[in-house]
Design a protein around this ligand. Structure first.
Ligand SMILES: [Zn+2]
Length: 93
């Protein structure tokens, strides 16, 4: 398994593959975004401060009859322009 599996099997780019786990009958891929920079999800300002990480789960199409998920580590940000918290925009497509 590698980053290319996510790209070729699911057409997901912008995610670096970390590992795979099997939970019940489901296949769970774990990864992180490869964005070179992050911005505010509301105003797209790059004047932000990082405020930790959060894992978010995405449902993927089934593979071999098994449910598949992508667990992605995403960064929480604080926008200094809007004075609000949010989740950094995802660079994956
Ligand atoms: Zn903002």
């Amino acid at each position: 398994m590698s980053t290319s599996v996510l790209y070729h099997a699911f057409q997901i780019s912008g995610v670096k593959y970390k590992s795979t786990s099997y939970e019940g009958s489901a296949v769970v891929f774990h990864g992180e975004t490869t964005a070179e920079y992050h911005d505010c999800p509301h105003c797209h300002s790059r004047d932000i401060a990082f405020k930790g990480q959060k894992e978010r789960q995405f449902h993927l199409p089934p593979m071999g009859g098994k449910e598949c998920f992508l667990n992605l580590q995403i960064r929480r940000v604080f926008c200094t322009s809007l004075k609000s918290h949010g989740i950094a925009s995802l660079a994956m497509a």
